[in-house]
Design a protein around this ligand. Structure first.
Ligand SMILES: [Zn+2]
Length: 422
């Protein structure tokens, strides 16, 4: 077997996407890495000499796209709200179309507090998966001041639960059972550090004296940093980072600290919510901040820094619950998050780092394997996606990034079978 770079052909092969579409079927995929994918083919007896030379290998870089196409490992969503019942049934297809796994938030009413609650919730999710769906829900527990460290440890060690979620009481949707005094959860945090179970944090203080735009920065000083110092072996994820302060904090920490960033916080700033009329479908928590903070998020997400990975925080609320005197917080992005991200990464000249952000850094943090299957992103005319997802409780508005999306996403297996559009 000899190795060489891509042979001369009618069309240049520079990316895995190009190779998948243009290589004849006699080429088969061999091995891949984040940077490269390798294909081989057998040569006939007249082309090869002896047995050691009877196959040929070509290696394609994933770095560039051919004809506006890019193939990456299938993404995961490291922060997702599925709700329950009819709403869950309506929104699940939007996630499983593109994502292989998701960290499922536990803020139901009542919340998912024990291992038994998580088992029951997981069964309800699996029962509502669309036929043929290939999706793994990664369960979490909702941390309360009464949480039993032994129950958490057992749920973690059994593999059922992949993280525990800290909501400061009153911080966001259904967080009334959250934690008021973090010193009261210290025994649970120590147990989690011992068994290697990560803590996901909603990083906002709920002190009414703190301005809503300053609540993330205040949380880092008052809660997050003390937790890190008191329990240095605990793996912690600062979720849905919205500020430069959050980015700088996570960046300065070791590999036991991660940070998720949503698609919508990369796309909008607070003007989108408030300037020229109030736009309830852009209101979420943590609330979007000034443009300088959005730029810090974009810079971190597109930098290739493995501290940062995608957690969409896709959060379905019906229009009736968003568009009222006291509207709910949350943006529903499951439908188009990957297209939004492709557009933003392309604008930054960072498409080659999209795979790290959506498909590689998250599994690495959680100690899981990256997905073996792939999706192909293709650039073309603006993509159409539904404005609303219909549910028996009423419509849910899909996030509108405010700019056209040109990247469509297709599932594609490595044998070059026909992709399914999504
Ligand atoms: Zn959330």
């Amino acid at each position: 077997m000899h190795v060489r770079t891509a042979p001369r052909r009618k069309k240049p092969f520079r990316s895995i996407a190009g190779s998948l579409l243009l290589l004849p079927h006699c080429w088969t995929p061999e091995q891949s890495s984040p940077e490269f994918i390798c294909f081989s083919r057998l040569l006939g007896p007249t082309q090869g000499g002896h047995i050691g030379q009877r196959s040929e290998v070509c290696i394609f870089s994933r770095e560039s796209t051919v004809n506006g196409m890019l193939t990456i490992r299938r993404p995961d969503d490291w922060h997702l709200h599925l709700r329950d019942g009819a709403i869950m049934k309506a929104v699940l297809p939007e996630t499983v179309r593109h994502f292989a796994r998701a960290i499922i938030m536990p803020n139901l009413v009542p919340p998912v507090v024990t291992g038994a609650d998580a088992t029951a919730y997981r069964e309800r999710i699996v029962a509502l998966l669309p036929d043929g769906a290939d999706f793994e829900p990664l369960m979490t527990l909702y941390l309360t001041e009464e949480t039993d460290p032994e129950d958490v440890a057992a749920a973690g060690e059994s593999g059922l639960v992949k993280a525990v979620k800290l909501y400061p009481a009153g911080a966001t949707t259904n967080s009334a059972s959250g934690v008021r005094d973090v010193t009261r959860i210290q025994a649970v945090l120590e147990k989690m550090a011992e068994v290697g179970l990560p803590l996901c944090v909603h990083g906002e203080v709920t002190d009414p004296a703190v301005d809503i735009f300053d609540r993330e920065a205040a949380f880092i000083d008052r809660v997050l940093d003390p937790i890190r110092r008191a329990t240095p072996d605990l793996r912690v994820i600062l979720e849905h980072i919205t500020t430069r302060d959050g980015i700088e904090y996570v960046k300065a920490q070791n590999s036991d600290m991660g940070g998720t960033i949503t698609a919508h916080h990369l796309a909008i700033n607070r003007n989108h919510i408030l300037a020229g009329g109030i736009r309830p479908h852009y209101y979420c928590l943590p609330v979007a901040k000034r443009e300088e903070h959005r730029l810090a998020l974009v810079s971190a997400a597109t930098s290739g820094d493995p501290h940062f990975f995608l957690g969409t925080d896709s959060a379905p609320h019906t229009d009736r619950n968003k568009e009222q005197e006291c509207g709910c917080a949350g943006c529903f992005t499951a439908t188009n998050a990957i297209s939004v991200l492709a557009e933003l990464f392309e604008k930054e000249g960072a498409l080659s780092r999209l795979e790290g952000f959506v498909s590689l850094h998250g599994p690495a943090f959680y100690g899981l394997r990256a997905n073996e299957d792939t999706v192909t992103l293709a650039k073309g005319a603006p993509v159409s996606y539904p404005e609303k997802i219909m549910t028996p409780d009423g419509p849910i508005t899909v996030f509108n990034p405010g700019f056209p999306l040109h990247w469509s996403v297709s599932r594609h297996d490595l044998n070059g079978e026909t992709p399914t559009q999504g």
